[in-house]
Design a protein around this ligand. Structure first.
Ligand SMILES: [Zn+2]
Length: 709
């Protein structure tokens, strides 16, 4: 089944008098799962005394109303006694100041950030809480699973970069030692002359040498992944069969926006690291947060970013906006049912098997008070719950089928380089620019209905089956990655690289153009940075000319022995059975800046690039009315049925419920008819020009789920 549920209890709210009625209404609204925040400080207010009476009552009530329970262990909210019982366990910031913890902005009782989990005494206490909780609920018949780490929070309200305590710095040195095989290895990699590990310091602030700042960020990301494993292992040791996941406040790719002085890039870890061992990854999503609103492409990208990292494991929409997100004394836009249902079904279309709302009732505490309730007071609760009932019914009827569904594998990849994020952050205090580069390409791909996946540089198995790999702003690239990309090309792939790919090593040291790996294997090199005199460049691909938005600088290219007079901004070169296309500027983030009208040429260019690489789109839009320039998103996949059969499935997302659209699918996608699982309508499939056409619309929410027979 697909779990459709809601977060309910963040102790001690909502008050017990609401519980029975609320849970009855949840079940009535088609939900099947209840999530509870099990807060360490609340449960173990007194050392070694664990109180679960309120949770016991809720788990029992959930059972009565046919709801399964998901427990979210909030081990980041430390008991007030932590520093008393574990002396010297405070985090230390980058200026050497002991961090003063305080009550969390959105949690009523407990300390944040609390003690440093690199202190063995803190971890021992935290583990004891996780073990006690898992032991207490292991026998609960309606327990579905665990979310072991909510939004990967460990350093919020530290009010500076952390952690620089003795335990963490010692661990940093151990990590370097293991990575480089001793101090000599480190000296070789960093080109330094250390004589003692004590002299090896973590990076302190941006705009100092890149080397140790990049290394420290990489370490902090790794350390978060290890901490997730530790939490996972603690629960799994007690409750081995149920799923245990962790979830980010956002997908890892989007953590490029983390900025000095609050946090380094990827400080909360890496989804690809989590899914190596943990049962699933997830993300929170608040598409109508405060006064900001994500557009449709942004939301679809967000879910795709998480889905790309799951490596065959579960994908959870661990927190999805329930109702209006008022922050402080504000009135944000209400959450309409159609938008909300399109978020839910976007998740399912990407392979999610759990969608959990934040939250059921409006919050009562702090800056989140009056906000977020699925059943809250933003004026639209009734339409939301009516729609949810319909989705609940569809999930009850077709749950097994939808659970078995997998989206079709993408043929286009977009490289995500954490190392490039670290380098940008080391210089600028944020990795927003390389993030915007990835966002630009993925937005254009979604708008053109070209399925893609993010390929993380440490997990290059994901290159398998790709025809085109886009490499946006990967300014850091060392030999193993470059070697794998070159092999991808030699085996027939097309690699599209932006300016200065691999111009720095992981040690943060600059490489001359001719020393970069891809230059060495292709003979094409950049002549150096030249100033960008206009905001666009003109390039020719397959006989067509495109005027494309460009950013930052130009690095024209020449072939071996060529002189600058013959340098070009787009250079295609064969390598083995494939080719490398070098682009001497930055297009992705420039497209994001340029906006939809100036960006059209970029989308056309990208489509031509993909088509030339042999990429086939599973579905294309023949016509859309009204055609206001917005896009129709289609996700195609299938679910296994019987011994070897497959049942095709296509999720269609239109700009609005009123939209009418004609779609063309590849020959053989469907039989003679499809049924829209949401409306129950049967739709004919017409064979036109070697494709299968389906007309649909208007729809209830701008969503259709087309299942073949
Ligand atoms: Zn520490």
């Amino acid at each position: 089944m697909i779990h459709l549920g809601t977060q309910y209890y963040r102790p001690p709210f909502p008050n017990e008098r609401y519980w029975e009625d609320d849970l009855r209404q949840m079940a009535d609204a088609g939900l099947n799962t209840l999530q509870l925040w099990v807060v360490w400080a609340w449960v173990e207010a007194q050392p070694d005394v664990f109180r679960f009476d309120d949770y016991d009552r809720l788990v029992e009530l959930a059972d009565k109303h046919g709801l399964e329970v998901l427990l979210s262990t909030i081990a980041a909210i430390h008991p007030y006694w932590i520093h008393r019982v574990v002396p010297g366990s405070e985090m230390v910031d980058n200026f050497g100041h002991k961090v003063v913890s305080s009550n969390r902005g959105e949690v009523h009782f407990g300390l944040t950030p609390g003690g440093c989990f690199d202190h063995p005494g803190v971890w021992e206490r935290m583990q004891q809480f996780l073990t006690a909780t898992a032991s207490h609920y292991r026998e609960a018949g309606n327990l579905y699973g665990w979310d072991a780490w909510n939004e990967l929070r460990w350093n919020v309200q530290a009010d500076g970069l952390v952690c620089y305590c003795d335990h963490t710095v010692a661990r940093f040195r151990d990590w370097l030692d293991a990575k480089h095989g001793g101090l000599t290895g480190l000296n070789e990699a960093w080109q330094r002359r250390y004589t003692s590990w004590e002299d090896v310091l973590p990076g302190k602030v941006p705009d100092r040498p890149y080397t140790e700042m990049m290394a420290f960020q990489d370490f902090i990301a790794w350390r978060s992944v290890q901490h997730a494993y530790d939490r996972y292992a603690a629960i799994k040791a007690v409750d081995g069969d149920r799923p245990v996941t962790v979830h980010g406040a956002q997908p890892t790719v989007l953590h490029g926006s983390d900025s000095y002085p609050t946090a380094t890039a990827l400080h909360r870890g890496n989804d690809w690291g989590f899914s190596e061992r943990i049962d699933g990854v997830g993300t929170s999503s608040f598409p109508k947060w405060g006064g900001l609103e994500m557009d449709r492409a942004q939301f679809i990208n967000r879910i795709d970013f998480s889905a790309s990292a799951r490596q065959g494991k579960r994908l959870w929409l661990s927190e999805l906006q329930g109702g209006r997100s008022n922050i402080g004394f504000s009135v944000a836009q209400s959450v309409d049912a159609a938008s909300q249902q399109s978020w839910v079904w976007t998740g399912i279309s990407a392979g999610a098997d759990a969608v959990l709302f934040w939250c059921w009732r409006d919050e009562v505490f702090g800056r989140e008070s009056t906000g977020f309730g699925l059943a809250g007071n933003d004026g639209l609760a009734e339409e939301r719950l009516t729609a949810m009932r319909r989705t609940g019914e569809v999930l009850r009827t077709h749950g097994e089928f939808l659970r078995a569904y997998e989206p079709e594998a993408a043929q286009v990849g977009v490289l995500f380089s954490p190392q490039a994020y670290y380098l940008y952050w080391a210089q600028e205090g944020t990795a927003r620019v390389p993030l915007a580069a990835i966002q630009g390409y993925t937005r254009a791909l979604v708008r053109q209905n070209i399925p893609y996946r993010i390929v993380e540089e440490g997990h290059l198995d994901a290159l398998e089956g790709l025809k085109l790999l886009i490499v946006p702003r990967a300014v850091v690239m060392d030999e193993p990655v470059a070697e794998a990309l070159a092999d991808f090309v030699r085996n027939g792939g097309v690699l599209f690289c932006e300016s200065e790919t691999g111009s720095f090593s992981e040690a943060g040291l600059y490489r001359y153009p001719e020393d970069r790996f891809l230059s060495r294997v292709t003979g094409v090199r950049e002549v150096g940075r030249r100033r960008l005199s206009s905001e666009s460049i003109s390039v020719t691909l397959a006989g067509s000319t495109y005027v494309l938005p460009a950013a930052q600088w130009l690095t024209p290219m020449v072939e071996a022995g060529g002189d600058e007079a013959h340098a070009a901004l787009l250079k295609r070169v064969a390598l083995g059975d494939g080719r490398v296309v070098f682009c001497g500027t930055y297009l992705g983030d420039a497209y994001m800046e340029a906006g939809p009208r100036r960006g059209q040429a970029f989308e056309a260019f990208l489509l031509a690039l993909a088509t030339r690489a042999g990429v086939e789109r599973p579905a294309t839009v023949v016509s859309v009315t009204p055609g206001d320039g917005d896009f129709v998103h289609v996700k195609v996949g299938s679910a296994p049925v019987g011994a070897q059969g497959e049942r095709p499935l296509a999720f269609v997302f239109t700009p609005s419920p009123e939209t009418n659209v004609v779609l063309a699918f590849r020959q053989g996608t469907f039989g003679e008819r499809v049924v829209d699982l949401l409306s129950g309508d049967e739709l004919p499939v017409r064979e036109v020009e070697g494709q299968q056409r389906i007309s649909l619309g208007p729809t209830a929410w701008g969503v259709a789920v087309l299942a073949g027979s």
